[in-house]
Ligand binder design. Structure first.
Ligand SMILES: [Zn+2]
Length: 71
């Protein structure tokens, strides 16, 4: 599984592996959800990187797509 951080104010989507420290440290806030999108976006889980990329292309095509390299 991978996680995608959708950042609406920054207009970017970042894909992280499960073991990434940003995934370990993610937490729900008033404006960012986990497994749901709030006003500033949130974290969504996908089976594969390509499924996450397809979601970004269909839902947020104008956003930058970033693949995290921190594992
Ligand atoms: Zn990461």
């Amino acid at each position: 599984m991978v996680w995608m951080n959708i950042d609406i104010p920054e207009r970017k989507c970042t894909i992280h592996t499960n073991s990434c420290r940003y995934v370990q440290d993610k937490k729900e806030t008033k404006y960012k959800g986990i497994m749901e999108l709030k006003e500033h976006g949130g974290w969504l889980e996908f089976e594969t990187t390509s499924k996450a990329e397809n979601y970004q292309k269909s839902r947020f095509p104008e956003y930058r797509l970033i693949i995290c390299k921190c594992n």
